[in-house]
Design a protein. Structure first.
Length: 156
């Protein structure tokens, strides 16, 4: 093999290795993002995955890939979207398709609304769940919501 051809193969191999390393770091960063959103420590994640502390730390640092069982567990237990986790496509959490409870907004007391905002500010998972529900509800009920908003704007 000529020296030129050898050098080209070496550069291609290096590029693939760099891409693989970057991919591991990105997945590790997203797993760390999930852990932080949940408010979990690394120790709690280690207990959840039943893996070693050093191994979990290496996953978050992007030194090794998480195994498929870990990815499946994140999806099943916490509804983490696998396309987001692996490819950074879509939202972090899968949207639930449950029917929303009928709540008369007019009956909510000011203290309950303040409490909701406090929880949303304090617990990231609550904020994410409420925003996810809101976006889903808004999308499904656009015809109902828009006339009500227009009425309110005319009154205000």
């Amino acid at each position: 093999m000529s020296p030129k051809r050898s050098k080209k193969l070496s550069v291609k191999g290096t590029r693939k290795e760099e891409e693989k390393a970057m991919f591991k770091k990105e997945i590790g960063a997203r797993i760390r993002q999930v852990r932080n959103m949940l408010g979990y420590t690394q120790e709690k994640m280690v207990d959840f995955f039943e893996c070693g502390r050093a191994n979990y730390s290496r996953i978050e640092k992007g030194e090794v890939f998480p195994n498929p069982t870990m990815l499946k567990a994140l999806n099943k237990k916490f509804k983490v979207s696998l396309p987001w986790l692996i490819c950074n496509k879509g939202q972090m959490l899968e949207r639930k398709t449950r029917k929303s409870p009928d709540v008369d907004i007019e009956c909510l007391e000011e203290t309950e609304i303040r409490e909701l905002f406090l929880y949303m500010d304090t617990v990231p998972m609550v904020k994410h769940a409420v925003l996810g529900f809101f976006l889903e509800y808004k999308g499904k009920n656009k015809r109902l919501i828009e006339p009500l908003l227009k009425q309110r704007q005319l009154k205000g």
